[in-house]
Ligand binder design. Structure first.
Ligand SMILES: Nc1ncnc2c1ncn2[C@@H]1O[C@H](COP(=O)(O)OP(=O)(O)OP(=O)(O)O)[C@@H](O)[C@H]1O
Ligand SMILES: [Mg+2]
Length: 257
């Protein structure tokens, strides 16, 4: 399978701390890739690098063979990358529907000036956006809550709304930072199935997740990092039996009991 997104020798340091070091992996079309590693391993930093929140010190990222390294954050949305955040970032006072519409801003085809002067093109654009936003809310199971304030949703549903907002930019690659965090086991199980089903909507998914049951169940490929460095990579059956991975998670000697 050909690589859709290729990360080569990516590196960034914060002061003396090398948070991501010489990291290479790729995302393939039709696959869920999980990025795992202990707390502080550099996982979120990888998503920040892939979406223009940080500029890498070294390395290269290509999308369909095009060099996209160091693009500004707003350009990543336009070329088809969308993310969610480890700590939910919604507009809590806005409705569920408006949170989705915010995610669609760059798809609405009229400029700032036109927005002051109502015209048919603008009305058509708004109608299309509304239809699309409702379709997404249906997709993430929140259509019945579209008029609710986002801040009033239970945490698990706020996470789904975040995924909806990411889908609103019509991405080809979805980057999810701990989508199951704060969910109970049943919600976590359902979320796993849901994330896998998102391959109907996007070409590839990169998921950071601590819940190993989800990771092992839904991933095609797992990338394991520790202290910013790649320590293992491969399909779930291979990675879960890799002694280097067990050691990173459990520490030396922890398997003795
Ligand atoms: N903007 C920053 N400035 C300084 N240090 C940072 C910055 N962002 C991340 N770091 C440091 O880089 C390292 C990797 O952080 P990162 O958030 O990527 O880890 P993580 O694997 O996502 O951890 P967790 O599982 O806890 O979410 C940590 O030591 C963190 O403190
Ligand atoms: Mg993180």
């Amino acid at each position: 399978m050909t690589a859709l997104l290729e990360v080569s020798n990516l590196q960034i340091a914060f002061g003396g701390l090398v948070a991501v070091q010489d990291l290479s992996f790729s995302l393939r079309k039709g696959e869920v890739t999980s990025l795992i590693g202990p707390n502080g391993a550099g996982k979120t930093t990888v998503i920040n690098l892939l979406t223009g929140f940080y500029l890498p010190d070294q390395g290269k990222v290509t999308l369909n063979g095009q060099d996209i390294t160091g693009f500004p954050a707003d350009r990543y949305a336009k070329i088809g990358l969308a993310r969610t955040f480890q700590n939910v970032r919604l507009f809590s006072e806005m409705t569920v529907l408006d949170n989705i519409l915010v995610g669609m801003q760059h798809l609405i085809p009229y400029g700032v000036l036109q927005s002051f002067f109502p015209n048919p093109a603008k009305r058509r654009g708004e109608k299309d956006a509304l239809r699309q936003a409702k379709r997404i809310l249906d997709r993430v199971g929140l259509i019945d809550l579209c008029a609710e304030k986002a801040g009033n949703l239970p945490y698990g549903l706020q996470r789904k709304l975040e995924i909806g907002r990411a889908l609103a930019s019509n991405p080809s690659i979805l980057l999810l930072d701990e989508p199951a965090a704060g969910m109970d086991p049943q919600e976590t199980h359902e979320l796993g199935e849901f994330v896998r089903s998102l391959l109907k909507d996007v070409d590839a998914i990169l998921m950071i997740e601590h819940d190993m049951k989800i990771v092992m169940r839904i991933s095609d490929q797992i990338v394991v990092i520790n202290y910013g460095k790649l320590i293992s990579m491969g399909p779930p059956a291979q990675v879960q039996n890799d002694p280097v991975v067990l050691e990173a998670y459990l520490g030396k000697g922890a398997t003795k009991c």
